[in-house]
Design a protein around this ligand. Structure first.
Ligand code: PHB
Length: 394
């Protein structure tokens, strides 16, 4: 038997020895460590995103001496390679072999779908620091899964109006062929058509291919008013560069959900200049909170934070709030989930609250790249909440 980490095997083994064994059992023991499983990409097109999320998360815990509600933390890192084929085995390893208390994961929406199946069975707490796929907080939602990032439709639903206002009435949509691309398109379709725009063609590239030749040729032939897209990470840089190299940058304005231009502006160079995007963060937000966050992050990690760093940081803040509410006792599930559900996060992106279907309710900024910065040029949507449709938690 284990009582707060102290073995009391033999406590009932005779009157003579019972006193000393019991004394041992009630002696205050150091609480066991909280095992945090980081299931993130550390290689491939999203490698930098995984690393940045981890940095942000560690920074939030460092503010409390690296602890969660006074408990030490043991980190278990797993490179999920953004590979859905390996995702089920990877998530099971964290749950069954490493016996983590919480999975923080992941970036790639296809991998997230596999994690969802595993945590549905094991009931492990799962905090999603990026992947925006709709199903995990809509029809497949779970009481033990919370998202600290966004849903794919949140940025794109807010993009259409801005495009139509800029006279982009006929647009081509292009993305990777995987769940994050499909759900981004769903949001874009809704917002753009409602604003009066027409999608003349929806184009797809297999994930994570960066061979954009065929789609760029098709865009050239279709001559739309604008192109809207979802790409991110290394693939996003390549798309912007190829778009410029194909001579399209000055002829057909490029729009996107803001992941396209996050954390990549120096690598993208002139190819990103002028691109208008929508996202729940910008590095130039002038709040004190953002300033302090950026100062500490850049000193700690010798690099500039981006939206992924903020999401990782907010994941740490949320986990801290949850564990503090139950004094570190993760066995108090109802209380823990209640605390996570009613959380308000004082984030560098601006304050957000957890919505009914376990997604952030947050502002979406309209941004334009100018001199290597994602300048804020407006607020595209205020306190935007995902529909959470089909989620019975709601
Ligand atoms: C996703 O797969 O959900 C995803 C990946 C990268 C992003 C955003 C969403 O920047």
């Amino acid at each position: 038997m284990l009582v707060r980490g102290v073995s009391v095997v033999g406590a009932a083994s005779g009157v003579m020895g019972a006193g000393s064994v019991l004394a041992q059992a009630v002696a205050p023991a150091a609480p066991s460590k909280v095992k945090v499983g980081l299931m993130l990409p550390y290689s491939g097109t999203y490698a930098k995103l995984g690393e940045t999320i981890e940095n942000g998360m560690r920074m939030a815990l460092a503010e409390k001496g690296g602890k969660l509600a006074g408990r030490e933390v043991e980190w278990v890192k797993l490179n999920d390679e953004s590979d859905p084929a390996k995702a089920d085995a990877n998530a099971r390893r964290l749950v069954q072999q490493d016996k983590v208390d919480v999975i923080v994961g992941t970036v790639h929406s296809g991998v997230q779908m596999a994690i969802q199946k595993v945590v549905a069975e094991s009931k492990t707490l799962c905090l999603i620091p990026n992947a925006g796929v709709h199903a995990v907080t809509r029809n497949a939602c779970l009481p033990n899964v919370f998202r600290t990032s966004f849903t794919m439709a949140q940025p794109t639903v807010a993009l259409g109006q801005a495009m139509v206002e800029r006279k982009a009435r006929r647009a081509v949509w292009v993305t990777w062929d995987y769940p994050a691309g499909a759900d981004s398109l769903e949001g874009f379709r809704e917002g753009y058509t409602k604003a009066g725009g027409t999608i003349v063609k929806e184009l797809k590239v297999p994930f994570p291919s960066t061979n954009f030749k065929a789609v760029l040729q098709e865009i050239e032939q279709l001559k739309p008013d604008a192109v809207a897209c979802f790409f991110a990470g290394e693939g996003g840089i390549k798309f912007m560069k190829d778009y410029e190299a194909a001579g399209l940058r000055h002829r057909i304005p490029l729009y996107g959900s803001g992941f396209l231009t996050e954390g990549v502006l120096s690598a993208a160079g002139t190819s990103s200049e002028g691109i208008v995007t929508t996202l729940h963060y910008s590095n130039v937000l002038t709040t004190l909170r953002n300033g302090e966050f950026r100062y500490t992050y850049s000193r700690s990690f010798k690099s500039e934070p981006d939206v992924y760093a903020v999401q990782g940081y907010d994941t740490g803040l949320l986990l801290r709030q949850g564990l503090e509410a139950v004094q570190g006792d993760m066995g108090k599930r109802d209380q823990l989930y209640g605390a996570l559900e009613s959380a308000v996060i004082d984030s560098p992106r601006g304050k957000w609250r957890m919505g009914k279907a376990h997604n952030p309710v947050q502002d979406i900024y309209l941004r334009a790249v100018s001199n290597g910065e994602n300048r804020v040029i407006g607020v595209a949507a205020k306190a935007l909440e995902d529909s959470g449709s089909g989620c019975r938690l709601a």
